[in-house]
Design a protein around this ligand. Structure first.
Ligand SMILES: [Cu+2]
Length: 117
């Protein structure tokens, strides 16, 4: 009986150690890290809230003041690339949005935007 209990405890400890390691790596690479790409499929569950501060259509960039994020990022203003010209045309300073970003080509890029009314 005590042998079985110890065996289960070892499994539990191993699983916990693995999870916290994965968590730490996620936090580290989750935002603004130019060289890491989030796993595909993560984007949809990671809508962030923000306000468009400035749109630079010539450069294909937009500055967004985003709210504090679930991953621990405090609120701040960041510049994102916008590759989709249709999306870029829709953006205006002052808009409240929910958005998904991805680190493509070593810079944060907007991949999806929803307007918040
Ligand atoms: Cu940020």
């Amino acid at each position: 009986m005590s042998h079985t209990v110890r065996y289960i405890l070892v499994i539990a400890l191993t699983a916990t150690g693995y999870c916290s390691l994965a968590q730490a790596q996620m936090d580290h690479s989750s935002h603004g890290a130019a060289t890491t790409k989030p796993a595909t499929g993560m984007a949809d569950s990671a809508m962030e809230e923000g306000v468009v501060k400035k749109v630079d259509k010539n450069a294909g960039k937009v500055a967004i003041a985003h709210a504090a994020q679930k991953n621990g990022m405090p609120a701040m203003t960041m510049v994102y690339k916008v590759k989709d010209t249709v999306l870029l045309e829709q953006l205006q300073a002052g808009q409240k949005i929910r958005f998904v970003s991805d680190s493509l080509d070593a810079s944060m890029t907007l991949v999806r935007v929803e307007q918040v009314k």
